[in-house]
Design a protein around this ligand. Sequence first.
Ligand code: AHG
Ligand code: MN
Ligand code: MN
Length: 344
Amino acid sequence: MSAPVTYSSDSIVTIERHILEEQKTYPEATGVLTSLLYDIALVGKYIASRISRAGLVDILGATAAINVQGEVVMRLDELADETIIRLNQHTGRLAVMASEEHPDIIPIPEQYPTGKYVLLFDPLDGSSNIDVNAPVGTIFSIYRRISEEGPGTLSDCLQPGKNMVAGGYILFGTSTMLVYTSGNGTHGFTLDPTLGEFLLSHPNIQIPSKPKYYSVNQGYDIYWSEGVRKFTEYLQGKDGQSKPLSSRYIGSLVGDFHRTLLAGGIFYYPADKKDPKRPTGKLRLLYEAAPLAFVMAQAGGYASDGTQDILEIVPHDLHQRVPLFIGNRELVEKAEEFIRTYDT
Ligand code: AHG
Ligand code: MN
Ligand code: MN
């Protein structure tokens, strides 16, 4: 990995300029990935403009649909999903897409050319928070296709996170931010709505070495394993050895992840016995855990399913769920240690 590009503090760097500078560090780059990342930034601007009016126009609330996850589809889920597909399907940059909101892969329509990349995404993460004006986000991951040519395939989508070319998220919060990595550091951009530009606000993010918060839905601790319960007590200082961490939980993965990345600590959604149909917990590997694991790894942190690095897991299903422990490496490894000690 070459040294990340650095900028003087007084320069205004748009995401377009940053991506172009990044592209220069890859001599073999053809510019297609650069254009694809521009497309993602455009998606962020478009959805941000719609969300900021969510309270005014009728895109709040639920649709009549239930998605493959068995969850009620919110209007904003659908709008974000349609936006991403519409802005990307004709560009000739993608071989195939897959979305949380679609049971199967999303082929590129015949009338459009196919390209060499694969785009997997959670169009709107934290849907349950839309109507209460809490942060929501979009999570994306980009791979090179494995198949040679023609329509992309399911196996193009089922790649381990370590193959990822770029990954990140757009956070629609008090401000709209786009955080991504293409393997050369993790960088954050804040949308200046007056300019309509994402400006570099957090170059080369590194998770603070001193953890500040732990983040988990403790409402479900009766469903956890002994190891997870003991780990949580450790974080709360109940073992008498460590100072307690403060607790924060928004219920939007992107919001909880972003705070963990910038403040330090750990977010976890463990395997639970809440729903026998999903013994490995709620979060999905392909478009939630893996892209955030790549972002966190590039920021000096680590992500595990409690036993192994998330980025090493080879998916077998588009919507497979994994337990997720993500944040400071020392805390994630501590979780693995408690799980090894008490649960195996
Ligand atoms: P999505 O809205 O894409 O379905 O994701 C919701 C996820 C994630 O954002 C969050 O971490 C988790 O659901 C919260 O689940 P609980 O309400 O069970 O804590
Ligand atoms: Mn989600
Ligand atoms: Mn979602």
